[in-house]
Design a protein around this ligand. Structure first.
Ligand SMILES: [Zn+2]
Length: 309
C-alpha cells in the first residue's frame, strides 16, 4: 500500500514525479500509466487529481511558473533529504522572462557555497541535476509552446542548444559571453528556419543540411570579446560573420530594456489560492502577508482582512 497522503501533498508528489517523466520522455512519450506507476498509485487516484495527461502537464507548467514568479515568504519550509542535497547545485532557481523588448530575471542561489568555489563553476556544480523549461507564449496567435528537458552540457549556452535540438528539433547555435566585470552580457542565437508544410512534421530541418553547416561554421568564428563589445553595433557583427554571403537581410530590431510587470491584483490572486489556514500562517505580526516580487524586489503587503472582503 502506498503511504496515504493528504490531497495537496499527493498532488504535489504526482506533479514532482510527472516532471521527471515528462523531462525524460517528452509529452507524447509519457502515458498516465507511466506517471501512476512511478508515483506508486493506481490510475483512478491519478485521475482524481488530473482529468487528462494534458491537464496534468498544464498544471505542472503552471506550478513551475508560479514558483518562478512569487515567493510566499513564510509558506516555505526547507527540509532537504540526502538525495536532494547531493543533486542540488549552488543555484536552485534561475529564470528569465522576455516580453516586447522588456527583460527581467531572477536567480536564487547559495552565496556561501558560491564563495567556496575556487575556479569557474561547472554547469553541474551551479545547477546540480536540473531542468531547463522554455515557454513561448505567442501574443499574435495566442499559441503556447512549452518544453522541458534535463539540463545537459557544459554551459547554459550548450544546454539551450540542446533544448532546441532535442525538444524543438531545430538545428541551433547558441553562444553567450560575459565581460570581466560581469556587467555586460551578450549572446547569439542562430537557427535553421523550418521548411515544413502544414500537416507534415512541424519542422523539416536537417542537422546535416550543407547550408546550415556553412552558416554555423561562420557563426562559430564569433569571439566572446565581440559579443560583449557594447561599442560594436549588431549589424556590424552580422556583417563580420556573413559579409561573403549572397544576401544578408536585416530586419528592424527591438531595443532591450529592463522591465517588470508584477501587480497587486496578480499577487492577491495567488494568495487567494491558498486555504484559510495556510493564509493564517503567512500573516506577520502586523497582520500583513508580505509578498515580494523576486524579479524587481517590489514588496506587496496584503492585509488578510482585505482578502476576505
Ligand atoms: Zn516585479
Amino acid at each position: 500500500m502506498p503511504p496515504r497522503l493528504s490531497a495537496p501533498a499527493r498532488r504535489e508528489q504526482l506533479l514532482e514525479v510527472a516532471l521527471e517523466i515528462f523531462a525524460r520522455q517528452g509529452f507524447h512519450g509519457t502515458s498516465m500509466n507511466d506517471v501512476a506507476d512511478a508515483a506508486g498509485v493506481t490510475k483512478p487516484v491519478l485521475y482524481q487529481h488530473f482529468e487528462s495527461k494534458r491537464e496534468m502537464y498544464l498544471a505542472l507548467l503552471e506550478d513551475v511558473g508560479n514558483q518562478l514568479i512569487t515567493r510566499i515568504a513564510k509558506a516555505t519550509s526547507e527540509a532537504p533529504d540526502g538525495k536532494a542535497q547531493t543533486e542540488a547545485g549552488i543555484i536552485d532557481l534561475f529564470v528569465c522572462d522576455y516580453r516586447s523588448g522588456e527583460l527581467r530575471g531572477y536567480v536564487r542561489f547559495d552565496s556561501g557555497r558560491l564563495a567556496t568555489e575556487t575556479s569557474l563553476p561547472s554547469l553541474f556544480s551551479l545547477f546540480g541535476k536540473g531542468y531547463l523549461a522554455i515557454t513561448f507564449d505567442q501574443a499574435m496567435t495566442k499559441e503556447r509552446y512549452q518544453g522541458i528537458v534535463p539540463l545537459e552540457g557544459s554551459s547554459l549556452a550548450e544546454a539551450a542548444q540542446h533544448f532546441f535540438s532535442q525538444s524543438e528539433q531545430i538545428p541551433s547555435l547558441v553562444r553567450l559571453a560575459v565581460n570581466d566585470t560581469g556587467h555586460i552580457a551578450g549572446g547569439i542565437l542562430l537557427q535553421h528556419l523550418p521548411e515544413g508544410e502544414e500537416g507534415r512534421e512541424r519542422l523539416h530541418t536537417r542537422l546535416d543540411h550543407p547550408e546550415w553547416e556553412h552558416v554555423r561554421i561562420l557563426a562559430e568564428t564569433i569571439r566572446a570579446a565581440e559579443l560583449v563589445d557594447s561599442a560594436l553595433p549588431l549589424e556590424n557583427l552580422l556583417w563580420r560573420l556573413f559579409h561573403e554571403e549572397e544576401e544578408v537581410r536585416i530586419l528592424s530590431t527591438i531595443p532591450l530594456s529592463k522591465g517588470c510587470r508584477c501587480s497587486l491584483e496578480y499577487v492577491r490572486e495567488v494568495i487567494a489560492r491558498f486555504g484559510p489556514e495556510e493564509r493564517e500562517q503567512m500573516v506577520d505580526d502586523d497582520g500583513f502577508i508580505s509578498v515580494d516580487c523576486e524579479f524587481c524586489s517590489r514588496l506587496f503587503p496584503i492585509k488578510l482582512s482585505d482578502l476576505d472582503a
